[in-house]
Design a protein around this ligand. Sequence first.
Ligand SMILES: C[S@@+](CC[C@H](N)C(=O)[O-])C[C@H]1O[C@@H](n2cnc3c(N)ncnc32)[C@H](O)[C@@H]1O
Length: 303
Amino acid sequence: MVGEVLAALSPRDTDTVIDGTYGAGGHSLALLSHVTKGRLVGIERDPWVLRRGRARLEREAPDAASRVDLVHGSFADLEDTLRDLGLDGFDVGLLDLGINSLQVDEGGRGFHRDDETLDLRFDPTDEMTTDAATALSTWSERALADALHELGGERLSRPIARAIVRRREQGRQVTTAQELAALVAGVYRRHGIRRQRIHPVTRTAQGLRMVINDELGHLERGLTAFLRSMRPGARFAVLTFHSGEARVVKRAFRAAVKGEHADLPEGMLFDWIHRGAVKPSREEIQANTRARSCQLRALRRVA
Ligand SMILES: C[S@@+](CC[C@H](N)C(=O)[O-])C[C@H]1O[C@@H](n2cnc3c(N)ncnc32)[C@H](O)[C@@H]1O
């Protein structure tokens, strides 16, 4: 979706850019090739990913690196970040939500179902966030089932939550991603469900990850912070991969365009860059199955 993002954001050479989900820096590098004089702020919640992203920037765009500030933190705190950097707002903003292929392929923190550790925190240095193994050994059956159902969309949420609690009552905690994957696969088998397009644990892991990291809470706060920080004429785009996230973005953007957003100052006017969501091309979905559920929404602040 890089082409679609660039088309929506129309980056200009002196723009100030905020990439709220810096990741490996793929979108930022594409934006920097158009923003040849302006500044880019990249925010990333995962300190390990941020180190990888910084190394790639220094390797692939050493000339641009002096115009880039990389910040470890959440995009939800954008207004504090801008204040710390002495910026009054931005011209181009991007959020590309969800997890990163680096976290799945190399992290070893439970993002891959073969991982030995079941952590699933974006920021393992954040003591306020519970890791997944602790959640599985302490949360009530009801809280577990709700997480799997509401954010994972898992239809066997109750039997899976029951199996987790029964196992820990027997003194056997679920502590690795492999154990969780085997437990969920067992529940599916007992319900006579055999062939699946995705591995049975995928929805469970997604629900747990989203609740542990309070991803919808950060998104709600982040959207408000981004909208409030848009300079006149600024463009802001969000890529979502989850229907719950897409709903939150649609609601916030619609309220902003209608002038009904309770947390925006009066007189700030917004318009759609394109009505409705842009979806990836069939070629992109074939090349990258994760793109299947991707939606791009974008708006501009009226100058
Ligand atoms: C889909 S990836 C972004 C990929 C990036 N656009 C690229 O081109 O490489 C999403 C990233 O956002 C990070 N992330 C998730 N929630 C965040 C938050 N609240 N604040 C900052 N970063 C966050 C994740 O750790 C992950 O690295």
